[in-house]
Design a protein around this ligand. Structure first.
Ligand code: EPU
Length: 432
């Protein structure tokens, strides 16, 4: 028996929804609770499979983790474990976030290597080089990272590539290191700022928030705190693209517009009318014809790679030509064949996809190859003629809280169905 979404062609999306807390912010916030003993609280936590996986990793290490609605309570009093095993790391790459805090607090960590991802290689060399720069010994054997250290030692470290995950791990490790660490070319995604706020509230000394050059003065110990996760800019972006491509009129609440500057500028160029206030974004695409626009993904504040598949779905449904270039993940195009099944005309050359928008799509059975690819197919299904069956929807449970309910609130018909005839086999996913 396996689940799929049945998406029925829709009129323009209308209405308003609340955006959930950001998965990619919550995962580092959860890992940071390992840096001290006591009870930490994280608010605005979405109910998602990835959050449940990180909770399982923390439990495996000895923490008690409980939910009260969107509040997560993590008690690390009995946290003595130093191993993150393969069966958990293989479910979610971000499990590697425990490497830095375990090394910093216990002086050792044994974390399974995450391996590749549905759309190609996802190296962790920068995470490992960072730990070594902080004077940890790192060995790889039998598919595991074995890392040891006395007290970590502050250092100067330059990230060869801007990396969210490696910046997270370096922050989590260096806050308890002796002396000063200076990080150059660090990631500046809003989720990193959220983590810096939490760590500084815990007693860390991190300077330079919002810039790519960070200075961390190590402290001897940290205390547990209460923190809120920022709103999910990728979830928000997904609904904005859905609203635009359906020529709808939608308001999103609980979102920080500045986190979506690149997307909002592109949507405006396409012809959508956008109004922002401190707590929300309203998009109106009812009045002007919409035209496709080319994008190039890049590190924040550039256009997010996690919104490129959804953007592709929109361009494929409009009339005109667009190019999507992914400079973060040059192979992230698994959704192209699926969109082509819906009548799109997309060709991939190198790290670019060329979309010849035909102005209409037609429903068909397709499969989600990863989380954002799945989102793109749902969006395509909403505007495609007829019915679209999106299979392998377990990917979507990793990153979109209450997807069908939120879309229903906007007037879309997306139903979760089960079929024992359906043969798609659930696979472990390494993306996210
Ligand atoms: N990279 C390396 N070596 C490393 C680490 C990264 O070469 O050690 C390269 C990657 O191959 C990539 C670039 O650096 O080309 C950026 O990767 P990054 O490390 O920033 O990605 P990540 O931390 O593994 C996070 C998000 C992803 C998102 C990327 C890029 C989380 C849990 N995941 O991954 O989110 O695509 O940043 O913004 O925060 C998603 O939510 O669907 C998702 C995939």
């Amino acid at each position: 028996m396996s689940d799929f979404y049945q998406v029925t062609a829709n009129q323009a999306l209308q209405g308003q929804i609340d955006i959930s807390g950001a998965k990619n912010a919550v995962l580092p916030l959860m890992a940071a609770t390992l840096l001290c003993k006591g009870v930490s609280i994280i608010n605005n936590v979405p109910q998602l499979d990835d959050v449940a996986t990180m909770a399982d990793v923390l439990r495996y290490l000895g923490a008690k983790v409980s939910h009260q609605g969107s509040r997560l309570i993590i008690n690390t009093h009995a946290c003595h474990g130093h191993q993150a095993p393969y069966h958990l790391v293989t479910k979610m790459r971000a499990s590697i976030y425990v490497l830095g805090p375990l090394l910093a607090r216990l002086g050792r960590a044994n974390v399974a290597l995450p391996g590749g991802c549905a759309w190609g290689p996802r190296p962790i060399d920068l995470h490992l080089a960072g730990m070594q720069a902080l004077a940890a010994k790192v060995e790889l054997s039998h598919g595991n990272i074995h890392a040891y250290a006395g007290r970590l030692t502050g250092t100067d470290f330059t990230f060869a590539t801007s990396s969210v995950g490696a910046t997270v791990n370096m922050l989590l490790a260096s806050v308890l290191a002796s002396g000063t660490t200076r990080l150059f070319n660090a990631a500046i995604e809003p989720e990193i700022d959220n983590l810096i706020d939490q760590l500084n509230a815990m007693g860390a000394n991190i300077f330079g928030k919002g810039s790519a050059n960070l200075c961390i003065e190590g402290v001897d110990e940290l205390k547990p705190v209460e923190i809120s996760a920022i709103p999910d800019r990728i979830e928000a972006g997904t609904y904005l693209i859905a609203a635009a491509m359906s020529r709808g009129h939608v308001r999103l609440n609980q979102v920080i517009p500045e986190h979506l500057t690149a997307l909002l500028a592109k949507l405006t160029d396409c012809g959508a009318h956008i109004e922002c206030d401190p707590n929300g974004i309203t998009l109106d695409a009812r009045h002007k014809p919409l035209r496709p626009m080319s994008i190039k993904t890049g590190p924040y504040p550039q256009f997010a790679t996690d919104l490129a598949p959804q953007w592709m779905a929109m361009c494929a449904s409009l009339s005109g030509i667009a190019q999507i270039t992914d400079t973060i993940y040059p192979d992230r195009f698994q959704h192209v064949d699926e969109l082509n099944r819906l009548g799109a005309n997309i060709r991939v050359r190198g790290n670019s996809a060329y979309i010849i928008g035909t102005g209409s799509l037609s429903g068909a059975p397709v499969k989600a190859t990863d989380l954002r690819a799945g989102a793109a197919l749902i969006l395509a299904g909403i505007v495609a003629k007829g019915t679209t069956q999106v299979n392998q929807i377990y990917h979507l449970d990793r990153g979109y809280q209450d997807l069908t309910q939120k879309l229903a609130q906007l007037g879309a018909s997306v139903q979760c169905c089960s079929s024992d005839k359906h043969s798609a086999t659930a696979q472990l996913s390494l993306c996210g």
